[in-house]
Design a protein around this ligand. Structure first.
Ligand code: ADP
Ligand code: MG
Length: 248
């Protein structure tokens, strides 16, 4: 399973240095936490590493079964990556089940609505929806789900991306925000399972207790730069990290 590495990558928006020279390494079979105050560049980093926005400088290096490969900004989306969005993005007017089938079949919204799905895809959809406790909601439109259920559906979509595309690198942008304790448990168990499968997991999260509990390694960002890195118990206790959060 692959490792993803960045060397001095940058993304500036007219005067705002959102990501300002980050050199990070995300190892397979580990959960790497990325934390930092609001506006420190976490979501921008995820956008750069999932091909949602092109990085402007530096390098992204993917090391998989075929060895090392430098990924140009436009290639970043296509190396086997799955993600969730901080601001949950679903096909709102489609049933829960179809939100998953679209990802599993990856043939675009229209063909996957109109084609008849094989038992194979349906069985996979059932598996991922049961895992997050949403199988009984499969015929509800996504728009009608509660906030927490929507976040769980995004997690189910990530699991479907793993089935559908064989994604091995998984980015989760604040997956726990606003979840009830029972739902947090569901997401934790999904993360632990992905880790056991030796996938490369990048977890952006504000809840420090969960970061401490789950991360093998953590990067603390501030104003687009690395403020601290290391094992969570060490990195998060550093005075400069505590100070960066005091202004929050
Ligand atoms: P975080 O996820 O850590 O809260 P973001 O990556 O969302 O931080 O934002 C980092 C900085 O970049 C912020 O100052 C934000 O306002 C700015 N930023 C992010 N996206 C854009 C954009 N598309 N255009 C202009 N500024 C942006
Ligand atoms: Mg963010």
């Amino acid at each position: 399973m692959p490792t993803l590495e960045t060397k001095n990558i940058k993304k500036h928006f007219e005067g705002v240095k959102a990501v300002d020279g980050l050199s990070l390494k995300f190892e397979a079979g580990q959960i790497t936490g990325v934390v930092g105050p609001n506006g420190s560049g976490k979501s921008t980093l995820v956008n750069l590493l999932t091909g949602m926005a092109p990085y402007q400088d530096g390098e992204v290096i993917f090391s998989g079964a075929e060895g090392l490969r430098k990924l140009l900004p436009h290639e970043v989306a296509n190396y086997g990556v799955a993600r969730t969005f901080q601001d949950v993005r679903l096909f709102e007017q489609m049933p829960v089940l179809d939100n998953i089938l679209v990802v599993l079949t990856e043939r675009g919204v229209f063909s996957s609505i109109f084609e008849r799905h094989g038992d194979f895809h349906l069985a996979q959809a059932e598996e991922v929806l049961r895992k997050v406790g949403l199988w009984s909601k499969r015929n509800e439109l996504a728009v009608n789900l509660s906030y927490g259920q929507r976040k769980l559906l995004e997690i189910a979509r990530v699991l479907a991306m793993i089935f559908g595309r064989g994604a091995s690198i998984v980015f989760l942008d604040e997956p726990f925000a606003g979840l009830f304790p029972e739902m947090i448990k569901v997401v934790v168990s999904v993360l632990e399972e992905l880790k056991q499968q030796n996938r490369t997991i990048i977890l952006i999260e504000h809840n420090m207790e969960l970061i401490r509990q789950l991360s093998d390694h953590v990067y603390v960002l501030d104003a687009g730069q690395e403020l601290a890195a290391g094992k969570p118990e060490k990195a998060l206790g550093r005075p400069e990290v505590i100070e960066a959060y005091l202004g929050e």
